[in-house]
Design a protein around this ligand. Structure first.
Ligand SMILES: [Zn+2]
Length: 220
C-alpha cells in the first residue's frame, strides 16, 4: 500500500499531465502544484522512479509508468467519489468538500468506495464536474471549452469548474455559474477583460476572463 505522500504526488502528476495535455510534467510545475520546494520534489521523484512508479529524466521532467498511473487513478476515483458522497449524502456544500476529500482519499477502503459508487448510481462526474474514473480506471475525456473563449452571442451550459478553492467556488455559486447553469455571452469587453453574461430570467453578470478560463462549458 502506497503512503499518502506517494499517493498525493502521483495524483498531482496525473492532474498536471491532464491540465497540460502533454506526456511529461516539469518538476518545477509539480513543486508549484504541491506547494513544495523543487529540491524536495526532485528527491521524491528519484524515490518514485526507484519504486517503478514514474520515469524521471533530469531536464525533461517526469511521466507516470503504467503502475504509477493505475495508483494515481485509484486515488482520483476515491477523491471524487468521496466529494460526491459528502455533497449528495451528507449535504455538505461543494465549496467545502475538497479539503475533506484530500484526507479521506487515503483512508477509505476499496470496498467502501465501490459501495459508495453503487449507491450513487455509478456517477460520471463529481460535484465540480470532474470525471470520476470507473472501477476499471477508465476516465471519460473532458469535452467542452473554457468559458473565456466563447464569442458573443453563443449559448452554453456549464459542465465543469476547474478550481477547488472554496472562495472561488462560493463566488461561482453566488453568480449562478455552477455546473448545469445555462448562459449566453452578451458581450466581450476586451478593455475591461470581462465577459458580460446573460443567465436567463433577466440575470446579468460580468465575469473576469481569468475566472472565466476556469469554467468549462459546452455550447448549445
Ligand atoms: Zn477535490
Amino acid at each position: 500500500m502506497a503512503t499518502s505522500t506517494v499517493e498525493d504526488y502521483l495524483k498531482a502528476i496525473l492532474l498536471e499531465e491532464q491540465a497540460s495535455g502533454s506526456g511529461r510534467v516539469a518538476t518545477g510545475r509539480l513543486a508549484q502544484a504541491l506547494a513544495l520546494q523543487p529540491s524536495t520534489v526532485t528527491a521524491m521523484m528519484k524515490a518514485l522512479a526507484d519504486g517503478g512508479l514514474v520515469e524521471h529524466e533530469r531536464y525533461a521532467g517526469v511521466r507516470l509508468t503504467p503502475s504509477g498511473r493505475k495508483l494515481a487513478l485509484h486515488v482520483l476515483r476515491r477523491h471524487r467519489l468521496v466529494e460526491l458522497f459528502l455533497v449528495e449524502v451528507l449535504g455538505l456544500d461543494w465549496s467545502e468538500v475538497h479539503d475533506e476529500a484530500e484526507r479521506l482519499e487515503h483512508a477509505v477502503s476499496d470496498r467502501l468506495i465501490d459501495r459508495i459508487d453503487e449507491m450513487l448510481g455509478r456517477p460520471a462526474v463529481d460535484p465540480h464536474g470532474d470525471p470520476i474514473p470507473t472501477a476499471e480506471l477508465e476516465v471519460a475525456a473532458g469535452a467542452g471549452e473554457p468559458l473565456s473563449e466563447l464569442p458573443a452571442g453563443v449559448r452554453a451550459r456549464v459542465t465543469r469548474v476547474g478550481d477547488q478553492d472554496s472562495g472561488f467556488l462560493r463566488r461561482v455559486d453566488r453568480l449562478g455559474l455552477s455546473p448545469g447553469a445555462r448562459l449566453k455571452v452578451v458581450e466581450r469587453d476586451a478593455d475591461a477583460d470581462t465577459l458580460d453574461l446573460d443567465l436567463g430570467r433577466g440575470r446579468r453578470v460580468a465575469l473576469g476572463l481569468r475566472a472565466a478560463a476556469k469554467i468549462t462549458v459546452e455550447r448549445g
